[in-house]
Design a protein around this ligand. Sequence first.
Ligand code: CMC
Length: 468
Amino acid sequence: MSEKNPGSVEDRQADHGAGRDYSQVTTKVGYGPNSVTLRDNRTGAEAELPILSSSTGGFDVIDLGRLSGDFNRLKTLDPGYPHTASTVSNITYIDGEQGILQYRGYPIEQLAEQSTFMETAYLLREGELPTKDQLAVFEQEMADHANVPDDVVDVLYAMRNKHPMAMISAAVTALADEHPQSQVPPHHMIAKMPTIVANAFRISRGDDFMEPDKNRPYTERFLHMCFADDRGRYESNPVLTEAMDKIFILHADHEQNASTSTARTVVSTGADPVVAIASGINALWGPKHGGANQAVLLMLDEIGTVDRIPEFVARAKDKDDSFRLMGFGHRIYKNFDPRARIIKAHADEVLSSLHVQDEKLAIARELEQIALQDEYFIARKLYPNVDFYSGIILRAMNFPPNMFTPIFEQGRIAGQVAHMEEVVGKPDPITRPYQLYQGPKKRDFVPMERRDDEPGMTIVPDDHPELV
Ligand code: CMC
């Protein structure tokens, strides 16, 4: 029996690239100590399954691969996937216990401090930091493709009374086509997203569409479209531009989060990666995910004053109350979200340089302190996440709460593109989980005249008394 890990992530990637060809590792027998044995205690049937290792010391995984033979009729049940790795990826690493986040191996703290969003987007796609020339070429390409076709502009106007997340999702869908005829390669979405997001903001507040100014650098181009008057006048503020760029970096990727997983699911069907990104945008919108930044600000508004914090903390702990402390908790982080530490440190700096005094910052700080000392939050390892402080900075920049999640998406587009490029052309199998069915057994159709008049009442057919 071999002592070697037979199906390490590195082996797979060397042989097949990330995330594909599971057959070789799962049909072998004799995996040695790097394996688990699955035993069906009803029948005594056993299967040996290899354990695959992360390249960084992260979670090992049991490769279920193509369980066959006696196990064909047995599936695993893991709602919400807390115990399931859905794919193999080389892009982003998170250690939730230790609060570590790395893009292509580079710690988020170093990238936030020393990189730019353009450089980070290049890194996420290409796997390496760019040279000066490579970065210049990439930035030029992003400027050259920043424009959007007229029908996208029409969609933005048609939806001007909707939430900006609905506007940008529809506008991105309008760019999609039947794969592979799509005229928009996935990475051009990094170029077009600022035009879509900024103009969703403009148009929803009643201003006219503004073309991207290709002579401005990426993040400044975005802010110009957001805030310039209809004659294009805008006073650029380096503090604001740098803060925005950092926010984009911090949101750029987060491995198999709900929206990226959604996009990967859609692209696994053979659909255009651009429409897969639109699906990811819809998944991001929810308040348990990217929509939390808007929800945090609304929560801080509702709390209103520091003395009301205990009342809201008590509500968050009450199982009969659906209220949750927004901006707290994370599926992966059981420690401080490293992005939250960076944003929190940055909030003070940004607010004072913009000469903004926001009493919400004091409420947020106090709320954080109270929650961090509370047994309920300690026991469940609930810490502030990226969304807890980001809204305070974005509000100081004059963005309304309904623009916070679109701005999250503006950063996340870099990661979504990297994930699309990782799978397109060498896809995972179509995402199609099984289910544990617990509905009615087969029964015969009941004609209308035999159904009870009482709403919701179903007649049990005579020949199926077991359905009572
Ligand atoms: N307030 C109060 N209780 C909470 C909270 C919270 N924010 N988050 C989790 N819990 C409790 C939950 O009630 C459960 O308690 P119990 O074990 O007694 O039933 C326990 O903690 C575990 O929660 P869970 O919902 O099973 O955990 P999850 O991993 O499925 O959910 C989460 C993670 C992010 C959806 C959840 O923590 C949450 O809803 N947080 C608030 C929304 C939020 O801030 N989301 C932004 C996440 S960061 C941005 C991103 O990357 O998406």
